[in-house]
Ligand binder design. Sequence first.
Ligand SMILES: Cc1cc2nc3c(=O)[nH]c(=O)nc-3n(C[C@H](O)[C@H](O)[C@H](O)COP(=O)(O)OP(=O)(O)OC[C@H]3O[C@@H](n4cnc5c(N)ncnc54)[C@H](O)[C@@H]3O)c2cc1C
Length: 384
Amino acid sequence: MGLFALPDELEALRAAARRLAETEIASHAVDADRDATFPWASFEAYRDSGLVRAIYPEHLGGDGGGALAYAVLVEEVARVCGSSSLFVLISRLGVTPIVEHASDALAGAVVPRVAVGEWQASYCLSEPEAGSDVASMTTRAIRDGDHYVLDGRKSWITNAGISDVYTVFAKTDPAAGSRGISAFVVPRDTPGFTIGKLEHKMGMRGSPTGELVLEGAVVPADHLIGAEGQGFAYAMGALDTSRPIVGAQAVGLAQGALDAAARYVTQRRQFGRAIAEFQGLQFMLADMATQVEAARTLVYRACSMVDAGGPTVSKVSAMAKLFASDTAMRVTTDAVQVLGGAGYTTEFPVERMMRDAKVTQIYEGTNQIQRVVVGRRLLDEVTT
Ligand SMILES: Cc1cc2nc3c(=O)[nH]c(=O)nc-3n(C[C@H](O)[C@H](O)[C@H](O)COP(=O)(O)OP(=O)(O)OC[C@H]3O[C@@H](n4cnc5c(N)ncnc54)[C@H](O)[C@@H]3O)c2cc1C
C-alpha cells in the first residue's frame, strides 16, 4: 500500500458497495428521479446488505468505520444514484451530534437503531430566513419542567417525512446569539410536530426536501443533546466532518458521468469512425478524468485528517467540498456535451447526474460560504 492508496479493508468495502450499487440501486435511479419518489427498494437493499453499519461507531452498534469508509460508501452509491447517496449521508449527519455529544442513554436509544437501518435520521438547521446565516434562526425551545416546548419552522430538511428521528437546532437563549442555540432529538411522532410543504427540485429528486413545522412540540428534557447553548458548536462540528462526504458524493456523481461518457464514445460513430477517435473528445475526457482524480485525492486527504482527529479540519473540509462540487458540476456538464443530443435526454444518466451535482455546490454551506471558511482560516494562520 502506497502513501496515497487506500488500505485493503477500504478497497474491500468499495468492492462490496459497488456490487450493491450496480445490482440493487442503479436500477431504481431513473424512477426515483422521474417520479420524485424515495427509492425504498434501494434503501432496503442497502439496509439488508449490512453496509449501513459500516459508518457507525462500534459501541453504538456499527462496524466502526471512519470518514474514509464513509466517503468510499457515499462515492460508490452516488456513482449510480445521487438520491440514494443522500440517504447514506443524511442519517449519519443527523446522528453525528448525538454520537459526539449526547448522554449514553440518549445515544444508546437512537444511534443503534439508525446504525442497522431500522430508523433514518435528519439534520435540521436551516430555516426560511436563516440559510447561510444560520445563527439568526428563530425556532425557540423553552424549558417547562421536565420537558422542552419547541416552536418554529425548519426548512430544506433532507428526507423530511422519511426520517424517524430529527436532530433539531433551536434557540434556548435568544439574547445569546450563536451561544444561545441548543440541539434536540425530536422523534417523528412528537405531538405538535408535522411535516410542511415539500419542495419541487431540479435534482436529487428521489430525496424529499421539506419543511418541519413545530407548534408547541413537546420533547422530554433528556432529549437535549449535550449541554444547553452548545448547539451551534455541535452543528458546525458535524458539518466539518460531513463536508468532505458531500465532496465524496460529488466525486461519485462526476465518476458516474465520466464512465458513461467514456462508454458512449466507443459506441457512437460519426464521420465513419467511433467518436472516441476524435482527439477533441479524448482531450475533454482526459481533463474530466484528471479533475475527478484530483478531487478524489483532496476528499480522501480531508477524510484522513478527520480520522486522525486533528485540532481543526474546517479548512481542508471546506476545500474538499468546494473543489469536488465545482469539479462535479464541470465534469457532469462536459459529460452531457460528450454525448451530444443523447446527453440531453433521460435515455442516459448524465443529465440526471448534472442536475444532482448542482446541489453539492449549495448544501452544507454554499461554495461562497466554503470560500469564507477557507479565507478566514487561512488569514488566521498567517496572523497567529
Ligand atoms: C436539496 C437541498 C437539501 C438540503 N438539506 C438540508 C438539510 O438536510 N438540513 C439543513 O439544515 N439544511 C439543508 N439545506 C439547506 C442548505 O444548507 C441551504 O440552502 C444553504 O445553506 C444556503 O442557504 P439559503 O438557501 O438560505 O441561501 P442564502 O443564504 O439566502 O444565499 C443566497 C446566496 O447568497 C450567497 N451568500 C450568502 N451569504 C454570503 C456571504 N457571507 N458571502 C458571499 N455570499 C453569500 C450564497 O452563497 C447564495 O449564493 C438543503 C438545501 C437543499 C437545496
